[in-house]
Design a protein around this ligand. Structure first.
Ligand code: ADP
Ligand code: MG
Length: 473
């Protein structure tokens, strides 16, 4: 695609933002990309089917009008989902598939190749931040919220010297405890183990106080020399990068590496556009590669993480046995982030070791009580569910309560009942009453129906995650 097209697109985005306001823009359009312009058709992509249908039903004409205001010859907008293609190409890690076959309790096998001292050697020689040997791809569990980030990270780690750089920089952002550091260190381990390209992992702090100052005392030639040694530069927690001169160095390093065809990987707790202290050129350079967000860990993913953790713990503590019901309980109730999951298991392990008592559900309930955040899950009202679901599916709230049975109302109604059951403490008969006086068996049917569908229908599962998030925010 030409620069002219990209510039036109930037102006269209500016128009859109001005028309709909910052909030609406960042909710719905921030992740929309221009794919192609051909014969008067503009092809735009968004990362989810939900976004696609939402934009299509609410903003299609406005988007077209904004394009036409820039380029009169544009006659049509085509919206596509871009992650769908990537997703289907992703192969689940073998270890994960093997684990799925298990039932009941754990076997003590299933360990990854131990990391060798040599893997860390390169990294240390380059002056990198310390690495945790547990944070590898083998221990990183993949679920809906991090599929894309993990696939991109693997791609970076597996790339050979001289391969064309597919996305640069790779920029991963997510809230606390959602696996950024884990993924970045996994890239570092795997990249250095492959030996193709030297990978250097630096926290933003280390970058500020070590790397940059070392470079400053050297000549420009030495700087180039140092960079030549690095195939992949990984920087964690970029949001902590502070100070004008550090940022100038960072910008310089970033440009030098990218221009030399070296890979840069960055993690931060926010998207590039929210890194207020960085200047515009750096931000746009950061946004110019692949920006991927990792969402909250879903319950299923939390469960997988716990299972993997128990398995790892068993290599040191062979008698540590955690029934799956207990893991299910923790996955369901300790919802905050990966760190709390680790904390919960550590307590069970400590208790088990110190008292010799087996791990039971009662014990788990007692031990992890304070990790269940009192404000979680937030109290959600049935009215809110009905309002949000009606809005998302473009039906009215009274449609949801009515006896209409057309498909475009039935599914949203089932989703709303399912959410009412999972997000509130209301009983089935109560929910039935609040949905236009329906019988509790109707509610039960709806709940089972949606439960069954989310297992197989990724798009629906994603829609429901988004709805849940909206309701719990
Ligand atoms: P962040 O850097 O985003 O704050 P971390 O990478 O430090 O988060 O993750 C916090 C904890 O949760 C770590 O113990 C990490 O191993 C674990 N964790 C997070 N996501 C995953 C995952 N997808 N698979 C396995 N463990 C994970
Ligand atoms: Mg981190």
């Amino acid at each position: 695609m030409s620069n002219v097209d990209q510039e036109g697109w930037a102006r269209v985005k500016g128009r859109l933002r001005a028309e709909v306001g910052d909030d609406v823009y960042s909710s719905w359009f921030a992740r929309m990309d221009l794919e192609a312009i051909e014969d008067g058709t503009v092809r735009l992509s968004v990362p989810t089917r939900f976004l696609k249908s939402w934009i299509q039903s609410h903003y299609a004409e406005r988007v077209l009008a904004c394009w036409q205001a820039e380029q009169a010859q544009v006659g049509r907008i085509e919206l596509i989902v871009r992650s769908a293609v990537l997703r289907s190409a992703i192969v689940r890690p073998k270890a994960e598939i093997e684990r799925r076959g298990e039932t009941g309790h754990f076997g003590a096998n299933g360990h990854a190749r131990p990391l060798s001292a040599g893997d860390a050697g390169v990294h240390e020689a380059l002056g990198g931040s310390p690495l945790d040997p547990r944070l590898t791809f083998d221990t990183f569990m993949v679920g809906r919220s991090n599929t894309l980030a993990q696939a991109a990270a693997r791609q970076v780690a597996a790339a050979k010297r001289g391969d064309p750089v597919m996305f640069n920089p790779l920029y991963i952002h997510a809230g606390v405890g959602l696996g950024k550091t884990h993924l970045l260190q996994a890239i570092t381990w795997a990249g250095n183990a492959a030996g193709e390209r030297k990978v250097l992992y630096l926290t933003a702090e280390k970058f500020m106080y070590g790397f940059v100052s070392a470079l400053r005392t050297q000549t420009a030639l030495a700087f180039k020399e140092a960079l030549r040694g690095i195939g992949v530069l990984v920087i964690d927690d970029l949001q902590f990068l502070q100070g004008k001169s550090t940022q100038a160095e960072f910008c310089h390093t970033l440009n030098a590496l990218i221009d030399a065809g070296r890979q840069v990987v960055i993690a931060s707790d926010r998207p590039p556009s929210d890194l207020e202290s960085l200047d515009d050129r750096v931000r746009s350079r950061l946004a110019g590669g692949l920006v991927v967000e990792m969402g909250p860990l879903g319950e299923e993913l939390r469960f997988e993480i716990l299972k993997a953790r128990v398995m790892a713990a068993r290599s040191h503590h062979p008698s540590f046995d955690v029934p799956l019901t207990v893991l299910g309980y923790i996955a369901k109730t300790v919802t905050h982030n990966g760190r709390d999951l680790e904390g919960a298991l550590n307590r069970l392990l400590a208790h088990n070791k110190l008292t010799g008592h087996p791990v039971t559900l009662e014990m788990a309930e007692r031990e992890v009580r304070d990790l269940i955040r009192p404000q979680e899950p937030k109290r959600v009202k049935i009215e809110d569910i009905q309002r949000v679901v009606a809005r998302q599916y473009n039906v009215s709230r009274s449609d949801l309560l009515s006896s209409r049975r057309t498909a475009n109302v039935v599914r949203p109604r089932q989703v709303a009942m399912y959410l009412a059951k999972t997000l509130t403490l209301r009983s089935l008969p109560e929910i039935g009453r609040r949905f236009g006086g329906r019988d509790h068996t109707t509610v039960l049917h709806a709940v089972r129906k949606i439960e069954g569908l989310v297992g197989s229908d990724m798009a629906l599962a994603e829609e429901i995650e988004i709805l849940k998030r909206q309701l719990q925010e």
